[in-house]
Design a protein around this ligand. Sequence first.
Ligand SMILES: Cc1cc2nc3c(=O)[nH]c(=O)nc-3n(C[C@H](O)[C@H](O)[C@H](O)COP(=O)(O)OP(=O)(O)OC[C@H]3O[C@@H](n4cnc5c(N)ncnc54)[C@H](O)[C@@H]3O)c2cc1C
Length: 419
Amino acid sequence: MKIAIIGFGAAAIGILERMVGTEHELHVYEKSRDIYSSSISGIRADGKLFVSEDMGGDLAVPTALQKQMVELYLQYADSKAIETGDSFLNSGYFNSFYEKGFQPVTAKFYHIGTDQLTQVLFNIYEKYRNAKNINIHFDSQITDITRKNNKIILNKSESFDCAFIAVGRSGHTLVRNIIGEYPQLIKDNTTVDLGVRLELPDHIVESINKEMYEFKIRYRSKTGYNVRTFCNNPSGYVVTESYDDFMTVNGHSKLNLKSSNTNFAVLTTVQLTQPFNDPVGYGSHIAKLTNLLAGKNKVILQTYQHFKASKRTKKLYRVSPTLPEDEFILGDINLAYPRRIAESIIDFLENLNSVLPGITNPDNLVYAPEIKFYSNKLKNEVFDNLKFVGDCSGLTRSIIYATAHGWMEADSLLGGSSK
Ligand SMILES: Cc1cc2nc3c(=O)[nH]c(=O)nc-3n(C[C@H](O)[C@H](O)[C@H](O)COP(=O)(O)OP(=O)(O)OC[C@H]3O[C@@H](n4cnc5c(N)ncnc54)[C@H](O)[C@@H]3O)c2cc1C
C-alpha cells in the first residue's frame, strides 16, 4: 500500500515504528520547515512521559505497550539526565489526599526536559529518514483531503491507498475541513477545561516534588464541577502561549536551567449540555476577555489573596514571577472568569492547602487564562482508509498515548499481526 501520514508528531512516530521495514510505502507530510523548527510537534513542549492507566486519553492502552513507547524515546536520551519516579506509590501521600476527598492519579513518569527533547526528536527523525520505505516531506502543509474511488487524494494531487491524519491540535483547521465534508465522523464535543496557573516557591511543595515530580489529583468541588491539577513544573517557568487570536499561560521546566518556583495548572472541567455545543468558542471568549483586560499580548497575574477576595493586585510580595514582566499585567481575574469556575478553583485550593500547607499563602501567584481545549472526538470506524490518530482524534492527550494510538492503528491496518 501507498500510505500518507499527515503530521510528524508523537502519533506519526508510533505509526512509523510499527511500519518501518514493512513492504508498504510511507509518505509523511509535515507543515514545519524542518526537524529543527520550533513549531514541529507538541512533543517539543516539555517531555514528561507518563505510563498510566488513568490519564493520557480516553483510550485503553495496555501498560506493556505504553512502556514500549517510552523506550522508543528514552533510547535516544542520556539516561543519566532523566528525572523519573512514581506518582502516589507512597501510601502516605495517597491516603492523605484520599482522606480529603481527592482522587490521586497513579502514574510512572520520565522527564526528558525541553532542552534534551530537541535532540531526542532529531535522533528519531534520523532513524526513520534512513529507512527505505519511509519518505519524510517537510514544508508540506496538507489543506485538502478527498476520498474518491476508495483512494485518498491530498491537496487535489497525489493519490494514496490510505491516510493517517496525525496533525495534533495545531492541525485543527484541516480536521475542521474534513469533518465539514464528512460530519458523520464526529462522536462528540462538549468539554473545555478552564482554570489558572499557580506559582509558588519550591520549598512549599519540595517534599511532594521530590516524591513524585508530577502530582495529579482530581476533586469534585462543592460547585459540582470536577477540578484537577495539570502539568506540575518543579523549579520551572511560566510562559505564555499564543493562539491565532488570544494568549494563554502555560508552564514548563528545563533539565539544566532551574528557577526557584514551582508552577502547576488548576483546571475546572466545564461540560456543556444541549443546546449549546461550542466549548472551544466558550473557552476562547473567556481567554479573549482576560486578554482584553490585560492589554495586547498579555495575561493577568494576581496574588492568591486577591484572587480569592476579587480585588485587583497592585503589588507583589515574596514570590517573584518567572514570567517576564512585559508579558503580564497585575489585575483581577474575576472580571473575566465566571463565578462558578473561580469558586471551583478556590474550593480546590483551600482543600489542597489542608494536605499541602502553604498552597494558599496570600502572596502565591495566580495567572490566567489557562485553558485546555479538547478536540472533537472522532470515529475511526467510518472509513477503512482514513484514520485519525493522536490528539486530533480527540482520544489522546499525551505523548505516550498519542504514540501508542499511532502504533495501534498501524497494527490494526496490518491485520493486528503483532497482537
Ligand atoms: C505546552 C505543551 C506541553 C506539553 N507537555 C507534555 C508533556 O510533558 N507530556 C506529555 O505527555 N504531553 C505533553 N503535551 C501534550 C503532547 O505534546 C501531545 O499530546 C502530543 O504531542 C500529541 O501528539 P500528536 O502526534 O497527536 O500531535 P503533535 O505532536 O502536535 O504533532 C502534530 C504535527 O502535525 C503537524 N501539522 C499540523 N497540521 C498540519 C497540516 N495541515 N499539514 C501537515 N502537517 C501538519 C504539526 O506541525 C505537528 O508537527 C504538551 C502539550 C503542550 C501544548
